[in-house]
Design a binder for this molecule. Structure first.
Ligand SMILES: [Zn+2]
Length: 75
């Protein structure tokens, strides 16, 4: 019920969805893009939907995963 997205900056975001409704409720930076210049994109930081609105020129491809455990936690 969860998936990861690669943002246009290269960062990967883990999106956790509600099991029944499948509504995404949590978005966490999972990996930092090497070319990312957004300071707020630190691993473990939660994102809000409006912070990752897609660029029309960039089409993220969801990669579905099962577990939340492999998300690094913020210190
Ligand atoms: Zn980024």
């Amino acid at each position: 019920m969860s998936y990861t997205l690669t943002l246009q900056c290269g960062c990967t975001v883990y999106v956790a969805c509600h099991p029944q409704t499948r509504i995404a409720h949590t978005r966490v930076i999972q990996g930092r893009g090497t070319a990312c210049r957004t300071r707020a994109h630190a691993i473990g930081v939660r994102l809000f939907l409006w912070e990752m609105l897609p660029d029309p020129a960039h089409r993220p491809r969801p990669e579905w995963v099962d577990a939340f455990e492999d998300i690094p936690q913020a210190p």
